[in-house]
Structures are given as C-alpha cells and as structure tokens.
Design a protein around this ligand. Structure first.
Ligand code: ZN
Ligand code: ZN
Length: 373
C-alpha cells in the first residue's frame, strides 16, 4: 500500500483519538494493524500517538518490517521496536517513551487477563481507557487502493461462480462440490477461501450455516452455494441458489421472492441512508410474500480485511447502533428464506456504495441456477 494512503489512514485514526481524549492508542487486532501499516503478519502491536506510530513486532517479522520500511511503505513517523522477550514488556517500554497518561485500548479485542497485567505493570500513573471500535469504523470506508482490489476480487469471484454448474451435478456429494469450489478459488488467484464453503442441498439447504456433508445431489434438490475468497488481503463473498433438474412451483416462487427482496435492498442503498432501511427493504418484500418468518438473519455485512465487519446491514443492534451508509463502503446484500420441508434460498452479492447508489461488484446472473447430470 503506498505510504500516502497509509498516512491518510493513520491521520484519520489520530483525529478519532483526539476526539476520544486519549494520548495514545494500543492497537492489537491484526486487521486494524494491517489497515494502518500494510503489515499482514499474524503478530504485532501498535501504539499510535498524535506524533508517532510505534510498531512492535518480533524477530520472525522484523525482516518483513525492514523491507516495508526500505520500500517506503510504512506510514511516516513510524518507530519500529523488536520485542526481545514478550510483546507485553515491549509494549510497556514503548508506552513509557511518549509518557502517555491516558491510553486507549480496543475494548473488543483486549482479553481481561492481558488488560489486568497491563494495569498492574503500568500502575496508577497510566489510565487504560476502553474505546469503541474506532479503527473498524474507519475501515468500513474503502479508499481508492481498496476499491481497486475490490473490483478485481469481485470479478474473479464471479468467474468462479460462472463455473458452478460444472461441479454441482446430479449424484455429486456436497463435500466434492465444496472442494471443487475451493480449488477453483486458488486457481482464480485467491489466497484462500474467506470462510468454510457452504454447499447445502435438499433438506440441508433450510439451514443457513449448514456444512458440506456426504449427501449426494438428488433430482428436485435446492442447493445453496455460498463461498468467498481473500484477494490482496480483502474478502469477497457470494451465494447462488440452484435446483437439480427442476424446482417445485412453491420453491420457484420462494426463489423469486428472495430475488425481489435482494433487488429492493440494493435499490435502497445510497449515502445517507440507514443500514436498517436497507434491511427493512428486503424484509418488507419477504413479509409481503408471507416469508417474514422464513428470513432469520441480517440482510448483509461489511466486507474488508475481515469477512464480517462494519457496517452490519440489519435491524439496529442492542446498543441502538444503526450506521449511516457512506460512499466507499463495501458490504453484502444477502436475503434468504428457509422453510423446513421446502428448503432454503439465499442470493448474495457484494456492493460498493457509490455517490448515487449501489455499484454491484459481483456481476453474474442471480436467478435460480438449473443443474443437470
Ligand atoms: Zn456468503
Ligand atoms: Zn455473507
């Protein structure tokens, strides 16, 4: 990631810190570290102050960090510390350098035991301040570098989806089809699947999170195929629903209703709209078709360095959180309907919020796929 983009991300994080009235922020969540620095190793810690970015890593990664530094691909004013004994001790000595009195921590990511250790060692002169997910909220808005990755990743994922009828055929096992999809993801340039591929046939399709089994695809089966990949560090995610040979009228009507719900939700996307309004657009269509009870999950989720991130496209949360959509956000729109005895339908695409509305990144037909022998 070019340093100018990293500097902009770090600058945005600093503004949020100033608003939270802390002198420093300890960042431990790897996707937050990756977004701020471009470093994608599994262990590191950051301390962000108004002036410096302390980058703490260990000997396994110090070479990778040196390479980033030499290539001019670290944010400005970064000081690299190599943890000699433990991350905790290195973090404490780095925190003492700027003499921070109020240190923000990621409330969602610092385990209680580690929190208590820091508190004991730092003593009463340092106050640890639990912060809401500040960096996660910034990550929700993709910059030009990320949007470029998204267009490429989504085109590659659509290319994999186009081949589904080759793999999902009468008599093949769910597990075999899932393995074909995973293999094709690698072949299409993805680093790895973004989550465990779902191939749910017949009665299994009525469960949104069914795992692939030894069940063979049978004539008349609905089949939900949900898969995604990680490309350039970023997750894409897509679902199509198929039927083997033929669908019952009742199932075909349900599939039409889900597609209508998805289109209504996509049409509602634009900057300034609440996430819950997009969710409601899908939910209202399904309710009008008598499928309100059959849709038991949120309409979508943010995508990025993690497969589920901000913004969540659903009803307002317990804490009343209901994000306003902003240009540059990337998330899924994936309504579904699940009825025991009839099966399940889910249709999922990835959208980028543009200035005037949704830009659907995963461009491939959405209707029921017909599978043959
Ligand atoms: Zn999915
Ligand atoms: Zn999804």
């Amino acid at each position: 990631v070019p340093a100018e983009y990293l500097d902009r991300r770090v600058g945005a994080a600093r503004e949020r810190l100033a608003a939270s009235e802390v002198d420093a922020h300890l960042v431990l969540h790897p996707p937050n570290i990756a977004w701020l620095t471009g470093f994608r190793g599994t262990s590191a810690a950051l301390i962000l102050t108004s002036r410096w970015l302390y980058f703490i890593t260990d000997f396994r990664y110090s070479r990778a960090v040196d390479c980033l530094a030499a290539a001019g691909q670290l944010p400005s004013n970064t000081k690299v510390f190599v943890a000699e004994r433990s991350y905790e001790e290195a973090i404490v000595s780095a925190l003492r350098e700027p003499g921070a009195a109020r240190v923000g921590i990621e409330a969602d990511h610092l385990p209680v035991r580690r929190f208590q250790w820091f508190q004991n060692v730092l003593g009463t002169s340092v106050e640890l301040v639990p912060l809401p997910p500040l960096i996660e909220r910034l990550r929700a808005i993709k910059d030009a570098v990320e949007q470029q990755i998204y267009r490429e990743a989504a085109a590659r994922l659509a290319g994999v989806a186009a081949q589904l009828p080759r793999w999902a055929r009468l008599g093949r096992l769910e597990r075999e089809v899932a393995a074909d999809i995973d293999y094709a993801l690698k072949g299409a340039g993805f680093e790895r699947p973004a989550f465990e591929t779902i191939v749910a046939s017949g009665p299994n399709s009525a469960y949104p999170h069914s795992r692939p089994t030894e069940r063979a695809l049978t004539a008349g089966d609905p089949v939900v195929l949900d898969f995604g990949g990680v490309y350039g560090g970023y997750c894409v995610d897509l679902t199509r629903t198929a039927v083997v040979r033929s669908a019952s009228d009742a199932f075909a009507r349900m599939a039409d209703a889900v597609l209508e719900a998805q289109q209504a939700a996509i049409a509602r996307v634009r900057p300034g709209v609440r996430a819950s309004a997009v969710d409601a657009a899908a939910r209202d269509v399904l309710a009008a078709h008598g499928l309100g009870e059959a849709f038991g999950h949120a309409t979508g989720h943010g995508l990025g360095l993690e497969v589920h991130e901000h913004p969540r496209i659903g009803r307002p949360t317990m804490d009343g959180e209901d994000p306003l959509l902003e240009a540059g956000m990337v998330f899924t729109i994936e309504p579904g309907a699940y009825v025991a005895g009839l099966g399940g339908v889910r249709i999922e695409d990835d959208v980028l919020v543009g200035p005037a509305g949704a830009d659907v990144l995963t461009d491939i037909p959405r209707g029921l796929l017909m599978l043959g022998a």
